[in-house]
Design a protein around this ligand. Structure first.
Ligand code: MOS
Length: 731
């Protein structure tokens, strides 16, 4: 199989030449219309009618304790109920995504919302009624729900997305000796992914073969996780997830609903559907951790950073080592000889903390970029000027070169477009009636990742192409971008390309996560197409580089042959695999941006309204200007939510999740979001991948919330260091 290891930069490619003119084009998402017209079936909608059974989960009513008894008798005798699974009659002691937590917890209760039973019935209504009849008796124990209280017990976690500690020079000494110092602590609350489509699964067995329709981001991993949970071989499991209503990291692992549906489907010999309710999604799946972040910056009087420290504390359940890589951007964003970045993990009896959009940067940059704003003020410098004075020419952690970096250009372009020069440095300098007006900015950066990915591309005798890979499209535009890539490479218009995704029977891709999907899966399509082009060139008796493919025609020298003729009734197929290599190891790779925000803060009520927002983003080659812009918009809106409203409230007396639905967990709605502007700097980063693009999906959220709170400070002179900046904190 043609495999490309990303060891070095490719030269100019067909994607640069753009014979078909598809790369970068702002094309509509292929599945967008299908989704909004109800024609794209989501997992729960895939199986109807005779024989289908429905499961509803019963969750723990307390956060910490022991199950004394679960009474399922009433549920069993309720009309339509077929089966009730509990920890006592589970066929296998299956595992949840992150390892050793059972899909149904038997004896011990580790968090509020832990699944204790699944009631299965002939209809959803009967299952739901049955679930309401299950009575759980438990002993309640004292739990740990407050990160501040558990901070002294926090431990050094094992390395995850980054090592827990990185250091350079002598931070403490340099900070002590610095001419100007900042030492502030910031807090961010737990957050919920809140994807539109709740977690759901439909499982069906045919003999020993299991098919599960579910909503997940990483088909290959998820297939192996599900197989492991059931104690069967991965090749006995097929996962289908062609349409996904949002993921944001909340669907990176296989969920208990899929494991339970599969188990019970086998037991009762019928297809079983299990969907979590919205409340259960909040209680059962996962959250972004809460954080405490101490940022210290020491600088010379003229604004050169000499010491930068970012120490952080986050939380997870006992036995779960995942920590939010809070200092990810602090590692490389600004210069400074003396550096200290630490991560500590505290145990809480609260649901699992997992990756949520831009894990690390999304919350780490709130603290870092607020601190930079505060420090600029102490120095009497414009915030952009302060950042420019601390632009490193190499990764300040290890002196590796950057593959590409356009942060200053992003800030300058944004400043020009946003009218930054009109900003009053002094807070409370602009007022319109009761409203105080302010503007603020923050840098954005998101580490670039690449993951192994495979795809098959088939050229059919009729001159159509089919792209096959288990890649997912979580709303990001994978279908469209992969079609654009194949179309550009093979010289085919979009309507001659079919893309099949989200099926574990197809070649294993990177999946969607960490903003690596477009570059990784796109590159696999690129590589497969290269192999096809070699074979077409042979048929044309020319070298591949002398072959131009455009509008379904092969052109070499003065010969022009329609592809259909060249294929002569024969299909051609090739698989391509991308593997990360030395190019990523030898260079520091990240995407960059700059956010600008204007807010109005009501001097009487403390209400903040975002009035306008602009983000300038640079992520290498832009593959589709429309889907790229949409990703940035989504991130900016997430940033508004992070800054102003989003907060999972956990009652620190009893560990109950207080706001477990979209009515009480406040994501921004239309009225909260003004006209947003996005400017994409279209560059190429040939060290990043054959696509020459860098990760974009999570760049928009990185730093976005800090631009909002910096604008709040500029408006009213209040520094909110405890997110979100709700009215009570702003007044
Ligand atoms: Mo992302 S948080 O890796 O889906």
């Amino acid at each position: 199989m043609p495999t490309h290891v990303m060891n070095e930069a490719l030269g100019e490619t067909r994607l640069d030449k753009g014979a078909q003119g598809l790369i970068g084009k702002p094309l509509d998402r292929y599945e967008g219309r299908l989704k909004v017209t109800g024609k794209a079936p989501y997992a729960y909608e895939t199986r109807h009618g005779e024989g289908v059974a429905y499961g509803v989960v019963v969750t723990a009513p307390v956060a910490k304790g022991k199950v004394v008894s679960i009474d399922t008798l009433k549920a069993f005798s309720s009309p339509g109920v077929i089966h009730v699974l509990t920890g006592d009659n589970l066929p296998t002691n299956s595992a949840q995504p992150s390892g050793d937590k059972p899909a149904i917890g038997g004896g011990q209760i580790h968090f509020y919302g832990q699944v204790l039973a699944l009631v299965v019935a002939d209809s959803f209504e009967a299952a739901r009624h049955g679930a309401s009849l299950v009575t759980v008796e438990c002993e309640t124990r004292e739990g740990r729900y407050d990160l501040d209280a558990e901070r002294p017990n926090a431990k050094v976690p094992p390395p995850g997305n980054m090592p827990p500690d990185t250091a350079r020079g002598d931070f403490e000494r340099a900070f002590a000796e610095a001419e100007v110092k900042l030492d502030e602590t910031y807090r961010t609350p737990s957050q919920s992914h809140s994807a539109m489509e709740p977690h759901a699964a439909v499982a069906e067995w045919q003999g020993g073969q299991l098919t599960v329709h579910t909503s997940c981001q990483l088909v290959g991993d998820n297939t192996r996780q599900l197989a492991a949970a059931l104690g069967i071989k991965p090749d006995k499991v097929r996962i289908l997830t062609p349409y996904i209503g949002g993921g944001f990291g909340g669907k990176l692992g296989i969920g208990p609903e899929a494991v339970l549906a599969a188990m019970v489907a086998k037991e009762i010999g019928r297809p079983v559907k299990v969907a979590l309710t919205r409340q259960q999604v909040y209680q059962v799946t996962s959250r972004r951790t809460d954080t405490i972040q101490r940022v210290r910056i020491g600088a010379t009087r003229d604004g050169r950073i000499t010491a930068i420290g970012h120490e952080s504390w986050c939380s997870n359940m006992a036995g779960d080592d995942y920590f939010e890589p809070i200092g990810l951007s602090t590692v490389f964003l600004y210069a400074g000889e003396n550096r200290l970045i630490t991560h500590r993990l505290a145990e809480l009896d609260v649901l699992m903390a997992s990756a949520m959009r831009a894990p690390g940067e999304a919350v780490g940059m709130l603290a870092l970029e607020n601190a930079m704003d505060e420090m600029a003020e102490k120095l009497g410098l414009d915030p952009i000027e302060f950042r420019k004075r601390n632009e490193p020419d190499r990764n300040p952690e290890d002196d590796k070169p950057f593959s590409s970096r356009h942060l200053i250009e992003c800030m300058e372009e944004g400043a020009r477009r946003f009218g930054w020069s009109e900003r009053e440095a002094r807070p409370r300098a602009r007022q319109e009636g009761d409203w105080l007006i302010g503007i603020g900015m923050a840098a954005a950066s998101r580490k670039n990742l690449l993951a192994q990915s495979s795809a098959e591309v088939r050229l059919e005798p009729d001159g159509r192409a089919i792209v096959l890979t288990d890649m997912t499209d979580i709303g990001t535009g994978s279908y469209t971008i992969l079609a654009q890539t194949a179309g550009e490479m093979l010289g085919l218009p979009m309507d001659r390309i079919t893309v099949l995704l989200g099926d574990s029977a197809l070649p294993e891709s990177s999946g969607s996560g960490g903003s690596f999907g477009a570059a990784s899966a796109g590159s696999s399509v690129y590589i497969a197409c290269e192999a096809l082009i070699e074979r077409l060139a042979r048929k044309m008796d020319c070298a591949a580089e002398d072959l131009t493919l455009k509008d379904g025609t092969a052109v070499a020298g003065n010969r022009q042959v329609p592809l259909v003729e060249l294929l002569a009734g024969e299909a051609l197929s090739a698989e391509g695999t991308l593997q990360p290599g030395n190019a990523t190891k030898d260079h520091h790779q990240a995407s960059y941006g700059a956010h600008f925000c204007e807010v109005a803060v009501n001097a009487v009520t403390g209400e903040t309204r975002v009035r306008r927002m602009l983000s300038v983003c640079e992520a290498g080659r832009i593959l589709n200007a429309k889907t790229a812009r949409s990703q940035c918009l989504g991130g900016m809106i997430f940033g508004i939510g992070t800054a102003l409203t989003e907060e999972l409230v956990i009652d620190d007396r009893n560990g109950l999740l207080v706001n477990h639905d979209l009515a009480e967990y406040h994501v921004p709605v239309n009225a909260d979001v003004p006209q947003l502007d996005v400017v994409l700097l279209d560059k190429v980063d040939r060290l990043a991948s054959p696509m020459a693009s860098k990760g974009l999906g999570e760049l928009g959220i990185s730093g976005a919330g800090a631009a909002v709170t910096n604008a709040i400070y500029n408006a009213c002179g209040v520094r909110v260091r405890d997110y979100p900046a709700t009215l009570d904190k702003v007044l």
